[in-house]
Design a protein around this ligand. Sequence first.
Ligand code: HEM
Length: 221
Amino acid sequence: MMAYDVESGDQVHPGNPVTVDRYTGGARINHWITATCLVLLALSGLALFHPSLFFLTGLFGGGQTTRAIHPWLGVILFFSFGGLFIRFWRANLWKAEDGTWMARLRDVLGGHEERLPEVGKYNAGQKVVFWSMSILIIVLICSGILIWDQYFAEFSTVETKRFAVLIHALAAVTIICVWIVHVYAAIWVRGTIGAMTKGRVTGGWAWRHHRKWLRELVGKR
Ligand code: HEM
């Protein structure tokens, strides 16, 4: 039997939690293409980084193909992340409550959310991850183009290329660390993964972790 809310006429599922839409299908496809690219980039990049990791080239059909594919994956990541950037930059702008949230990091890690200010769609930690990823991807694409000899060999000197290789490797290691923090946080805060797989979160999750965002949504309705 179907049940309906008397006021809104919306379908109600007894026993099921209220859910809140967080991501459109387009945003989720965009996110998972970006995520797949970064994982493949990390694997192919590490394969080229050190002889002890050369065995990873087996995943891409050998050394030459790994070398050819890696920069193109970088180009796809750049444009794919660009899509995420256009969708989410506004929600990641720094707000007054973000400074307070950061100052209370001890409470964040201790799970004392009642001591934290109410936050919008993203908390300060997520915003730091977002802007770090944005900057690092720009650094990676610029340094990557400088060392992409197949097409851009004549555009820079050997000295510039040496410097670019160093910057590229440092930025790559940093983005892998940022990515680990991102995935760890998504798993650690229960109910978050569903936001990016199903596009929805429970009302309880939104109330607990992003109350200001929930209030704004309810206000709009
Ligand atoms: C492969 C493992 C990954 C997992 C499991 C994962 C998981 C998630 C989840 C659950 C969310 C939703 C968080 C929320 O709504 O509160 C999210 C958001 C997001 N993810 Fe990922 N992600 C992964 C990889 C990546 C990569 C590689 C990037 C970029 C290089 C990325 C960029 C983003 C961005 C920009 C958002 C929106 C949050 C914001 O704007 O601050 N993710 N991710």
